[in-house]
Design a protein around this ligand. Structure first.
Ligand code: WTA
Length: 657
């Protein structure tokens, strides 16, 4: 973010006080901050009491071997029991857990907690029959259908860590994740609906299975397939199993058992600064505590009356923490929507809010900006008066989008909670509290009670108010990642080495403290881009580009984009034998990235250039390329090995060839 945008941001002086009624009845009040600060572990012990433990812990936190934390040491519980069965036992079996809304209009189904219990039990029985036991990994590659949640919970129930791979990822991306965590079984569907049309999933699983076997000698034993769209699929009887032939016929009762608090719950792959995605490991007790507490506190959840809706995909951490584990642990009623916001019509989301009287709504700034563009007439045509709390996640929310969200969607009544967190943190870390905080558009404000964060210099000094630096978390928290799957060293190097002396977690984000000491998260300080709230690694896309036979070298930068926050811009040098690459080279390379990684990684722009700007030690100077991509005057070039390179690049681009 440029200094100019930054100072504009910090001039933002609008404040929105919490509504009096909400404040009076708020779940978490001002005094929680002091209480948590006085006795952090005691506070976190209280939060863990939200869950039902089969065996209580002996110690809240074991931090004797940092950065490897253990929370609720000695405690035992079952995550699925906590998310489902206990609500049935408490007499809430008839309460709706999920109002599922399919993309095709009128394709919908409401599922009670008792029904969910039966389905999760069936899936747990079926997975056990397929040979899945505690500790085995299960990959999930599914559309937004209830079976996806059922599968995640069934895995948790039998202690088999799941790894959900976003359905928009390519077979290559799926294969590398399946191999990295050595998944035994993959659960998928024939396809899902995307913008009114069936879009296939099973073929990517077939390809990924073949790639895993050929390239890495890894065997996926079984593929469990939900029939969603009814489209044609290839079938291998020795591997493929239909959901309706197995799960749907399995007994609806399943005896769960308790697992250790530190038993692995899931692995979620996310982009890092190298081409290889990192498998972020979350475990059971601390993670579930973090999700339940934050979902209750930050959204002020009243499970008896609220209807909650988070629009994330189950393939991202937001879907894990704030569709599956948080809301269900809290016994909430929620909406789950399968499709895109504009299908079959632009106002589909607002129609869903009206129909189900949604009270709490959680989405991403990118979506809000696209609705702003479409104009307020569309949401204005619907009754959105049920809404009482709005949330934002995934990227910095610009003040205009915040204010529009609050006014147009929230009828100028609802607090907006701008929630900062990461796949690694497992749960929300920095956010306003809707009944306490006077919100500032664009600021995530301060860490929630129980969490400690700071903004510090390179040397580890806390910056004064009014200054910027690196965002760190200064104390361990229950839902923190435990390691990177199979790579403890990378875990230490990535997050804990920069401030090793202080023992702080380095988040990889830049942030600024305003004059009141409130935090403004500015974005990544590493080679990770944030496109529409999705994390992408520059190196991963560069690797995809150089895997194309015509490409010799590639450099990728995230350039500012009005709609998507950042956009992928690629600079490529072609191989000599490729000549000028042909007329369609740009489209060819864009589609190549799409095929290699997935549609979200497809570059907005590909620029064929004669050279790339490099330092004498050979490091690509992305800063200069970003200047080009953002149409700025190119900055300081004195550290370039060849300072004329930028002229060559700019010259080539202006000549249009
Ligand atoms: C960014 C998504 C500003 C940030 C939950 C972080 C945000 C990365 C916000 C994590 C926010 C997330 N304000 N930036 N409210 N929320 N980010 O792992 O750069 O997909 O490091 O987790 O998104 O992305 P991830």
């Amino acid at each position: 973010m440029s200094e100019e945008t930054l100072s504009n941001l910090l001039k933002e002086d609008r404040r929105f006080e919490p509504p009096a009624e909400l404040a009076a009845a708020a779940n978490l009040k001002e005094e929680a901050y002091a209480r948590a600060a006085e006795d952090r572990e005691g506070f976190w012990a209280e939060q863990a009491e939200r869950l039902t433990w089969s065996k209580k812990w002996d110690q809240v936190l074991d931090w004797s071997n940092p950065p490897f934390a253990k929370w609720y040491v000695g405690g035992e519980l079952n995550a699925a029991y906590n998310c489902v069965d206990r609500h049935v036992e408490a007499g809430n079996g008839d309460k709706v857990a999920i109002h599922w809304v399919g993309e095709p209009v009128d394709d919908k189904r409401s599922i009670t907690y008792a029904e969910l219990q039966a389905e999760v039990s069936q899936a747990a029985n079926a997975l056990t029959d397929l040979g899945v036991g505690a500790g085995d990994r299960v990959a999930i590659y599914m559309p937004m259908i209830p079976e996806a949640i059922v599968t995640m919970l069934a895995c948790a129930r039998i202690g088999a860590p799941h790894t959900v791979v976003f359905g928009g990822f390519s077979s290559d991306a799926l294969a590398s994740r399946v191999v990295d965590c050595q998944a035994k079984v993959v659960v998928t569907a024939d396809g899902g609906y995307r913008r009114g049309a069936p879009s296939a999933l099973k073929p990517a699983v077939d390809e990924a299975r073949a790639k895993a076997a050929e390239r890495d000698g890894h065997t996926v034993e079984k593929v469990l397939v939900v029939k969603r769209t009814g489209q044609e699929v290839d079938w291998d009887d020795s591997v493929d199993v239909w959901w309706h032939d197995s799960v749907a016929k399995a007994p609806t009762e399943h005896q769960w058992r308790a697992f250790d608090s530190e038993h692995p719950l899931y692995v979620m792959y996310t982009s890092g600064t190298t081409g290889k995605p990192k498998g972020i490991l979350h475990t059971t007790g601390g993670y579930l505590t973090g999700c339940a507490y934050t979902h209750w506190a930050v959204f002020d959840l009243k499970p008896e009356t609220d209807v909650y809706w988070c629009t994330a995909d189950i393939g991202w951490v937001t879907g894990h923490s704030y569709i599956v584990y948080g809301p269900l642990a809290n016994g909430a009623t929620q909406v789950l929507y399968e499709g895109t916001p504009d299908s079959p019509e632009k106002g589909r989301w607002w129609q869903v809010i009206e129909e189900y009287c949604v009270t709490i709504f959680y989405t991403a700034p990118t979506a809000i900006r696209s609705f702003m563009k479409q104009g307020r007439e569309i949401p204005d045509a619907r009754d959105l008066s049920s809404l009482r709390v709005l949330g934002s996640v995934g990227e910095p929310i610009n003040p205009e989008a915040y204010v529009w969200y609050r006014e147009v969607i929230g009828g100028d009544r609802t607090p907006v909670v701008d929630t900062w967190w990461q796949t690694e943190t497992g749960a929300i870390m920095i956010s306003p509290l809707p009944g306490v905080t006077a919100g500032k558009p664009g600021s995530a404000m301060i860490p929630i009670p129980g969490v400690s964060a700071d903004v510090v210099t390179e040397e580890g000094e806390s910056v004064p108010n009014g200054s910027g630096g690196y965002l760190v978390l200064t104390e361990p928290w229950p839902s923190m990642l435990r390691t990177i799957w199979g790579d403890d060293q990378r875990f230490k190097d990535t997050y804990w080495s920069r401030y090793a002396d202080q023992g702080w977690y380095f988040a990889g984000d830049g942030a600024k403290k305003d004059t009141d000491g409130d935090l403004w998260v500015l974005g990544r300080v590493d080679d990770v881009m944030n496109v529409s709230g999705h994390r992408l690694s520059t190196t991963e896309i560069e690797s995809a580009l150089v895997s194309h036979p015509k490409v010799a070298e590639a450099a990728v930068v995230g350039a500012k984009d009005e709609d998507t926050g950042q956009a992928v811009c690629a600079f490529v040098i072609l191989r000599d034998e490729a000549g000028d690459g042909g007329d369609d080279i740009v489209e060819e390379l864009r589609n190549h990235v799409r095929k290699e990684i997935g549609a979200i990684a497809k570059p907005r722009q590909v620029m064929v250039v004669p050279e790339l700007p490099k330092t004498r030690s050979g490091k690509i100077m992305r800063r200069l390329l970003r200047d080009v991509a953002e149409h700025r005057e190119v900055g300081d070039v004195t550290t370039l090995a060849d300072s004329t390179v930028m002229d060559l690049i700019s010259g080539k681009l202006t000549s249009g060839k």
